[in-house]
Ligand binder design. Structure first.
Ligand code: SF4
Length: 630
């Protein structure tokens, strides 16, 4: 698959495919290698494992409330002192005037102002949320958070909690520069070092504030310092899982005097750093190619070197001199969509947490991003479609909005789009049991009346199946709370039960939570009740696709399944590490799932549809009763 010119990269490639983390020495080998194409291909492979053909962007705006700063970092070409003629300060009203309702994210960072009061910062976030409730606020680097903590004599926790309360959603990744005491002493000795930066991000993650991370490269740092930076970030991610993305930032010499004005990083170094960060930070979901800094041409190439995010419309005004009637933001958005489409990827408009809002591409196949869809995709020999992986619930929403032409869609989402979609005779079916749709409970199921159940925010159909079972079969009245449920979770003991699905459910099988002694497989409960398999998802296609196209897709799927189940090659070891299952366990799991819909499966779909409709009717009558009683 990869024709390595540098054979030293082969053991690294084997580790990447197994999902293992790369060592410090691997990082150095990668940096020292001149086999840039192989490095790019490895990173692109991992990028596609994680994000398929998706490339994300957000409609956002950057605000720098002031350039006045109490510090004087050597590499900073932005900050000035208060008495400088270039100094500026924005009022909250001025900040609000730069925003508009179409934005989904505002990114706020700035100088460390000597005089501003704490209320100004909290008020800024609060007012943005008040006037623009749909805009998510990403604000204040760890350097600013540390400054607030010292200046206003508050703990880091107090600072973060007060900002969160005002509406702060995430922290940007700036201020990390490069985690090296040597560089810090030489270039920014008044600024916080690695220990404090990591401590602040860790605290933010513990308080439920997600964050991002950066590396500023191409100044005086060594490759050893870059690799060490990756390792420190990876370790924190392992502990908290709180980082959303990583952004390598090329140093801009400007008038800093650190490097001659025009001595930018080379395109090779930029691509290598993006690719190596993808490979070293295997536990980060997203790597950004920050297009405004990299240039459009290089950012486009980076989409085949491990990057899956182009940040957003931020900075659009710089390219908008002849915008005419089009807003700078719209111009930047159109440009981003074009760059991504030209790279044969799917432009995915997202929110601050990478929830897809809209896909800007045709010929997209939706893939539920769980191991159980591997038999369809491992050998899917297609050149026509681009693959978009997401959770069942996210895919359901995109199907409903007509963003996807075909793919695996959760059964209840299909019910809602039956006028526009039909299904091929393929799906994801639990035959008796499924092993990856599990209710963990502290009590026997019949005793869950009036109890609270956490439900993973990834599910559509499994949640409805749970409701059908609990409410219509057992006659229980239960409180459901949508939650992000991951096998690393520590807060679940607050609930009486929780529903987990997909790969996380498989991980829970390996890491049982104390106290949850009753484990129910929902497919098994359905089978015991109805003596039928349960269809969780079907392969849907748009009805208005030409029949030849539908037939061709049917054949592709048939061939892909035949090849997968007749092949003796082992399933990617990637999943062994990701889920913690052995090859045998993975094979048993996949062999137990039914992928082709026969008579019983179709009968089960009809039966479940009746129960689902009864459930919806019951809920709407209950709602009416509640309204009447008020
Ligand atoms: S703290 Fe930030 S804004 Fe201030 S001088 Fe340093 S890099 Fe520039």
């Amino acid at each position: 698959m990869i024709n390595f010119r540098d054979k030293n990269l082969i053991p690294i490639w084997e580790k990447v495919q197994r999902g293992e983390e790369l060592s410090f020495e691997d990082g150095i080998t990668l940096y020292k290698s001149s086999d840039i194409i192989s490095i790019g291909k490895m990173a692109h492979w991992l990028q596609r494992e994680k994000n398929g053909d998706a490339v994300y962007f957000v409609v956002n705006q950057k605000i720098e409330p002031t350039n006045i700063c109490v510090l004087s970092c050597k590499f900073c070409d932005f900050a000035v002192k208060k008495n400088s003629p270039e100094a500026y300060e924005m009022t909250i009203e001025e900040i609000l005037s730069k925003l508009h309702p179409e934005l989904l994210e505002v990114h706020i960072t700035g100088g460390l102002h000597p005089d501003w009061e704490w209320e100004y910062y909290v008020g800024m976030v609060r007012e943005i949320k008040k006037h623009f409730p749909k805009i998510d606020v990403k604000a204040f680097t760890a350097v600013e958070i540390d400054f607030f903590s010292k200046k206003f004599k508050k703990s880091i926790e107090e600072v973060l909690l007060e900002l969160k309360e005002a509406g702060l959603r995430t922290l940007p990744g700036g201020g990390a520069e490069v985690f090296s005491e040597r560089v810090r002493r030489l270039l920014f000795n008044q600024k916080i070092g690695a220990k404090r930066w990591l401590e602040i991000h860790k605290k933010a993650h513990e308080l439920g504030i997600r964050s991002n991370a950066t590396l500023l490269y191409g100044h005086i740092e060594t490759i050893e310092e870059r690799v060490n930076h990756f390792l420190l970030l990876r370790n924190l991610q392992k502990e908290t899982g709180g980082f959303l993305s990583f952004i390598p930032l090329a140093f801009q010499p400007g008038d800093t005097g650190i490097k001659p004005r025009n001595q930018f990083t080379s395109a090779i170094d930029d691509l290598k750093t993006i690719a190596i960060s993808r490979l070293m930070l295997h536990n980060f979901d997203h790597i950004k190619a920050y297009w405004i800094m990299l240039t459009e041409e290089l950012a486009a190439v980076a989409l085949n070197f491990g990057a899956d995010d182009m940040d957003g419309t931020v900075g659009g005004e710089r390219i908008a001199h002849d915008a005419g009637a089009i807003t700078p933001m719209q111009l930047a958005k159109n440009k981003l969509i074009k760059i991504i489409n030209d790279a044969n990827k799917i432009p995915v408009e997202r929110d601050i947490f990478y929830k897809p809002v809209r896909l800007h591409s045709n010929n997209v196949i939706g893939r539920v991003s769980y191991l159980n869809t591997l038999p369809f995709f491992k050998y899917l020999d297609n050149r026509e479609y681009k693959i978009f992986p997401a959770t069942p619930r996210q895919l359901g929403m995109l199907f409903k909005d007509g963003n996807i032409d075909a793919g695996i869609v959760s059964l209840v989402d299909f019910f809602e789009k039956e006028n526009d979609f039909t299904y091929l005779k393929y799906g994801i079916v639990g035959n008796k049991n499924v092993k990856s749709v599990l209710l963990y409970s502290k009590f026997p199921i019949e005793q869950l009346d009036k109890k609270s159940i956490a439900v993973t925010d990834e599910t559509s159909t499994s949640f409805r199946l749970l409701q059908v079972l609990l409410e219509l079969k057992y006659g229980l009245d239960v409180v459901y709370v949508r939650e992000k449920i991951s096998a690393r979770e520590k807060t679940l003991p607050n609930f009486d039960a929780f529903l987990t699905i997909g790969d996380e459910a498989l991980k829970f099988l390996k890491n049982k939570l104390d106290g949850f002694n009753y484990i129910y497989d929902l497919a098994q409960l359905w089978y015991d009740w109805k003596n039928l398999p349960f269809v969780f998802a079907v392969w849907a296609v748009k009805k208005d696709l030409p029949q030849t196209k539908i037939d061709a897709l049917d054949k592709l799927l048939n061939d892909a399944l035949n090849k997968f189940f007749s092949s003796t090659t082992e399933i990617e070891e990637y999943y062994n590490v990701k889920i913690g299952f052995t090859q045998k366990e993975i094979q048993d799991y996949l062999n137990n799932i039914v992928y082709r819909l026969g008579e019983k499966e179709i009968q089960s779909i009809s039966l479940f549809k009746e129960y689902y409709q009864t459930l919806l009717l019951k809920h709407s009558e209950e709602e009416k009763k509640v309204k009447l009683s008020h």
